[in-house]
Design a protein around this ligand. Structure first.
Ligand code: URA
Length: 360
């Protein structure tokens, strides 16, 4: 390892955080400084001259991370860059965040060519890619970002898509727990050649609070249950339609019925790492997904694109409701904003826009 050259002592060894009496997790490990800022469980980082968050195109030596991110409260992650850009615009409208006239949202991590990141006031919206390794790498760097930026008590959400187990497409599912393909509630990693198991725990209270915000008027169900997280979309999720398949339809149905009986309500590919790493960091986290199909009825995603697009708005709406309510209570919601343009009369605004579009 080349840490000898990369690691150089800093003046107070705590990156400017105050030192003692933080918040402990259930194992007695301190995960917070007394002011609520994130304490890292890696002693190497505070000794480093600078920490390059390579996959985010950010660094503690190159960027003023406190200035850029110190006001963050919520970190929302989802699969694709496009979805998270749309999510950022939805958040902007929901929390009334106003950009200066003539400006637009920018992908803060565009030069990483890996993940996309948008900041809307206290909400950070980041794409995590597909699968456990991708979300795991991102979480290491985002948790370090929280530390460098001195963010206080951040709350993380994953919004995503999944296969339902006994639930029709379009159902919103809040994970109360997450298990792997063998129904184990841990993320198994190989570290220095040895197997390490990290408990994959989500914040139950946060999950219940989200559930309480579902609207009985919503034209779809919002349910809570166990989420299975697999390392693969095809064989790992018992699909018959991958490039390979060494089991029968009967084997598949027996497996799906058995996990259903165990309480599994959906299957996706990121929640295990998301739950394990946030829990290890002492960060409150929740996973809200929408089902794209009922796996007890098939393997292929057949719904038309417009329908899938509408379904994918559903977890967004719920998480926005939560964040909006929190910011409202804390007096951090600006209800007079409309994005970068202040609209006086929506009707005239539309007319002016239409007229402008017709000029050459
Ligand atoms: N995402 C998954 O991981 N599985 C599905 O069936 C649908 C979306």
């Amino acid at each position: 390892m080349s840490t000898a050259s990369a690691i150089m002592p800093q003046s107070n060894g705590t990156n400017g955080h105050s030192k003692h009496n933080g918040t402990c997790d259930e194992m007695g490990v301190d995960t917070r400084y007394p002011d609520g800022t994130v304490r890292l469980r890696n002693p190497n980082i505070e000794l480093m001259d600078q920490d390059i968050l390579y996959h985010l195109a950010l660094g503690s030596g190159s960027h003023d991370l406190v200035e850029m991110f110190g006001d963050v409260k919520f970190v929302c992650m989802g699969g694709t860059p496009k979805r998270m850009e749309q999510f950022a615009y939805t958040v902007m409208a929901e929390i009334g965040h106003k950009l200066p006239c003539g400006t637009t949202l920018q992908d803060i991590s565009q030069f990483s060519y890996r993940y996309s990141m948008y900041k809307v006031g206290p909400v950070l919206c980041i794409s995590h890619g597909m699968g456990i390794p991708s979300v795991g790498i991102l979480l290491h760097e985002v948790i370090k970002l929280m530390y460098h930026a001195k963010v206080r008590d951040p709350v993380f959400f994953r919004i995503g898509t999944c296969g339902g187990v006994g639930y029709e497409g379009g159902t919103v599912i809040i994970s109360e727990d997450t298990v792997d393909g063998a129904l184990r509630n841990v993320l198994e990693l190989t570290v220095l050649g040895k197997s390490v198991q990290r408990p994959a725990k989500l914040d139950r209270r946060l999950a219940r609070e989200l559930k309480a915000l579902s609207d009985p008027e919503d034209p779809y169900d919002t349910v809570m249950g166990k989420t299975m997280c697999t390392y693969d979309f095809y064989e790992g999720q018992g699909r018959l339609d991958g490039a390979f398949c060494d089991f029968t339809e009967t084997d598949k149905m027996e497996y799906l019925e058995s996990i259903h009986k165990f309480g599994v309500v959906n299957i996706e590919m990121e929640s295990l790492a998301f739950a394990a790493l946030t829990h290890h960091a002492g960060i409150k986290a929740a996973v809200v997904c929408v089902t794209l199909l009922d796996r007890l009825k098939g393997d292929q995603v057949l719904a038309p694109k417009e329908v899938l697009d509408e379904w994918q708005q559903r977890p967004t709406k719920l998480v926005c409701r939560y964040m909006k309510r929190y910011l409202q209570i804390k007096g951090r919601l600006s209800l007079d904003g409309h994005g970068s343009v202040a609209v006086k009369s929506p009707r005239r605004f539309k007319l002016v826009q239409q007229e402008s579009e017709t000029y050459d």
